[in-house]
Design a protein around this ligand. Structure first.
Ligand code: PEP
Length: 250
């Protein structure tokens, strides 16, 4: 199956109202590449304003709670993201898994809550440096996939993002061969868990220090269907070249 390229920006804890102009510039430039799906995930506080500033743009959250409501001070529920105008949510980012102690079971519960609320999901997995160095990265990541994947889902609404932790925000990237090996192994695992047809339809994004210079090579690797981009998603000047690289591969 031909899978559409998907380039998603994760603004993390960056962005005030003044940054909406960058989002507008990103979505305007992305409009020239209709073969590529684009989304931005700003902080919760900017979701509604970004949707209003860029009508028709696909905007998402960076996390959600597994419960639909309740006494969870400081948390955001999936239906709240929908209410704010979000169409998707990232779950299981390593900065949540590591910084907030989220387990695979927690990530799975969040993904299921998001899907139930009508959101699409980007489910992140990825190994720490010592696991890569010990040669166990594939086994580690496949265990994360097995433990985090929702029980039942529409493959069109669930993407996996492979993000080696040691590559996030460091300028380091795996070799193209290592990326292709990991993405192929993830797709095979998805086939075991969800069936061959679902696995073939699902998009698997690469994330970790993607920029305008390395995007074409990384996105051209086997079984790579797009990118989850952190630092380089904050400005149109850095993000649009990644979208252009994805469009060139379409
Ligand atoms: C991320 O945090 O999802 C990410 C990929 O960050 P960066 O592109 O900055 O490495």
């Amino acid at each position: 199956m031909a899978r559409r390229k998907y380039v998603v920006g994760n603004w993390k804890m960056n962005g005030l109202t003044a940054a909406l102009g960058e989002a507008q510039a990103i979505f305007a430039a992305a409009g020239a590449h209709p073969a590529v799906d684009i989304a931005l995930c700003p902080p919760f506080t900017l979701i509604g304003a970004m949707v209003a500033a860029a009508p028709g743009a696909v905007v998402g959250g960076q996390d959600c709670h597994a419960a639909a409501s309740g006494a969870f001070t400081g948390s955001i529920a999936a239906p709240m993201l929908v209410d704010a105008g979000a169409a998707l949510v990232i779950v299981g980012h390593s900065e949540r898994r590591e910084g907030f102690g989220e387990s695979d079971a927690d990530v799975r519960a969040k993904a299921e809550a998001a899907l139930s609320a009508g959101l699409s999901v980007i489910l992140c997995v990825g190994e720490p440096r010592e696991v890569r160095e010990s040669g166990d990265a594939v086994d580690y990541v496949l265990a994360q996939v097995a433990g985090s994947l929702p029980g039942a889902f529409d493959p069109a609404r669930l993407a996996i993002a492979y993000e080696p932790i040691w590559a996030i925000g460091t300028g380091l990237v795996p070799t193209v061969a290592d990326v292709a090996e990991m993405h192929g192994a993830i797709r095979a695992k998805l086939g075991e868990q969800a069936g061959a047809e679902a696995a073939d339809a699902m998009r698997i994004l690469y994330g970790g220090s993607v920029n305008g210079e390395n995007a074409a090579e990384l996105l051209g690797a086997g079984d790579v269907d797009g990118a989850l981009v952190g630092g380089a998603s904050l400005t149109a000047g850095k993000f649009v070249p990644i979208v252009e690289a994805a469009a060139g591969l379409g």
